[in-house]
Ligand binder design. Structure first.
Ligand SMILES: NC(=O)c1ccc[n+]([C@@H]2O[C@H](COP(=O)([O-])OP(=O)(O)OC[C@H]3O[C@@H](n4cnc5c(N)ncnc54)[C@H](O)[C@@H]3O)[C@@H](O)[C@H]2O)c1
Length: 132
């Protein structure tokens, strides 16, 4: 018996890796999924895989390092479904690309997306359960 029938899930970083695997698992378990990622090409690949599992999913292209884009994304999720049951806040930059992380931290966006978005000044922003 699928365990997420009737549930609405938001998965960030859904275009590849752990987020892609979670999207496929959630689809097999019957959830509807809003997949959020910065990478539309890989996101489209994940969409095709989710559909092959019979899943119901939308893709929202977003840079989660951009606080304005996060609010637009949250609004899109709210318009998609009035209730979000599951938030898998997975988007991030793996440590194997630490040189890129250093560049990212030095940028004016100055945010490191890893689960939550952690700003350089120690504050936190991003999609959280409270966002919905
Ligand atoms: N794989 C590991 O061994 C490992 C270890 C510790 C932590 N993590 C964390 O787990 C999470 C997933 O790791 P993974 O191995 O699947 O990585 P991955 O690189 O395969 O996937 C990360 C996804 O996040 C997306 N992403 C990155 N920056 C983004 C942004 N600004 N806005 C929107 N999407 C963005 C990427 O496009 C990608 O699809 C990451 O947060 C990573 O830091 C992974």
């Amino acid at each position: 018996m699928p365990r997420l029938v009737g549930k609405n899930a938001v998965v960030t970083g859904a275009a590849s890796g752990v987020g892609r695997a979670a999207s496929l698992l959630f689809a097999r378990e019957g959830a509807a999924i809003a997949r959020v990622d910065i990478d539309p090409k890989m996101g489209a690949e994940t969409a095709a895989m989710v559909r092959a599992e019979g899943g119901d999913a939308i893709f929202i292209e977003t840079d989660l390092a951009d606080s304005a884009a996060i609010e637009v994304t949250a609004q899109a999720c709210r318009e998609w479904r009035s209730v979000i049951h599951v938030l898998f806040n997975n988007a991030g930059i793996a440590e194997s690309v630490s040189a890129d992380v250093a560049l990212f931290l030095a940028s004016d966006k100055s945010s490191y997306v890893n689960g939550s978005v952690i700003t350089l000044d120690g504050g936190r922003m991003g999609i959280t359960p409270g966002t919905f």
